[in-house]
Design a protein around this ligand. Structure first.
Ligand SMILES: O=C(O)CCC(=O)C(=O)O
Ligand SMILES: [Fe+2]
Length: 282
């Protein structure tokens, strides 16, 4: 059965929020009333977004509680201190922004060069056990830089932190991936499945993942787009560009299912930054 988000439902959600009801209590009440979690979360997001949109600008200047790119005033470019990035596209659901000029060509080259000797077949964090495993759905080679490992990494981390208004300490180490022709990363969520037995252990090191930044380091000749199947979106890799997407809750309702499509010609290199709720202990 499809459930429809009605104006009455949204009004009710706003009333609860104004009465000081905690979001998890509103969610629990909706679930009890028969709403599925994904729809309930989407209704809450939509209702509160619309409501906040009607408040005076002053009310929006509170400290962000999630990584976000401030696009108030629809800026075409964002000054990040040492670099100006351009805003190409934004989507509300999934919450997503495509950017250009996040890294210079020289920075992309330097990252690939530093990563190359350390690449190994990618492993995936297994929520079943909390350990790491080879994953047939993910046929890239990868490596992690330690946070702050080199001056280049420090510079990139500071820039990304300013971009998404989220502390450097909440980030995992920058990961570099290389895909050769045929390699791909099948559609997945970056957050850890709350229902899986190994997740509790993973969450001890900084809580959930709440947002992802994928930066393209080169121009693959064909294929290799980052796909978002729920909304039929594909971001084509271009050197120095990036896609940011955020998921406030570890739930498919965020529509952040995404994958790296198979590379058809040439290689594809990306750098991924995953952001956690809390400081991440490497
Ligand atoms: O390679 C891509 O386009 C996506 C990478 C990705 O999903 C990830 O690193 O989590
Ligand atoms: Fe991912």
């Amino acid at each position: 059965m499809t459930q429809t988000i009605t104006p009455e439902l949204k009004r009710w959600i706003v009333q609860q929020a104004r009465a000081g009801c905690a979001p998890q209590d509103v969610l629990a009440a909706m679930r009890q009333a028969g709403w599925t979690e994904g729809v309930a979360l989407r209704a809450m997001e939509e209702a509160l977004e619309e409501h906040v949109g009607m408040l005076p600008a002053r009310a929006l200047s509170e400290v962000p509680t999630r990584p976000r790119i401030d696009l108030s005033g629809s800026p075409r470019a964002l000054d990040l201190g040492d670099r100006t990035v351009r805003v190409l596209l934004t989507l509300q659901r999934p919450r997503l922004v495509v950017l250009a000029d996040v890294l210079s060509a020289q920075e992309c080259d330097a990252l690939m060069e530093a990563a190359a000797p350390r690449l190994k077949r990618s492993r995936t964090v297994q929520t079943a056990t909390g350990g790491e495993e080879l994953n047939p759905d993910r046929t890239s080679d990868g490596m992690f830089f330690r946070r702050g490992e080199t001056p280049l990494i420090q510079r990139i981390e500071a820039r990304l932190s300013r971009l998404v208004q989220w502390p450097v300490e909440h980030g995992e180490g920058l990961q570099v991936l290389r895909y050769v022709p045929g390699a791909q990363y099948k559609p997945h969520y970056d957050y850890f499945d709350p229902a899986a037995p190994g997740t509790a252990r993973i969450l001890q090191r900084g809580g959930q993942r709440v947002a992802t930044i994928v930066i393209y380091l080169n121009d693959p000749e064909g294929g290799g787009g980052t796909t978002f199947p729920d909304v039929g979106l594909e971001v084509y890799p271009q050197r120095g560009h990036a896609v940011f997407f955020a998921y406030d809750h570890p739930d498919p309702g965020t529509q952040t299912l995404h994958g790296g499509a198979p590379v058809l010609r040439g290689e594809k290199w990306v750098a991924t930054k995953w952001l956690r709720e809390r400081p991440f202990q490497p």
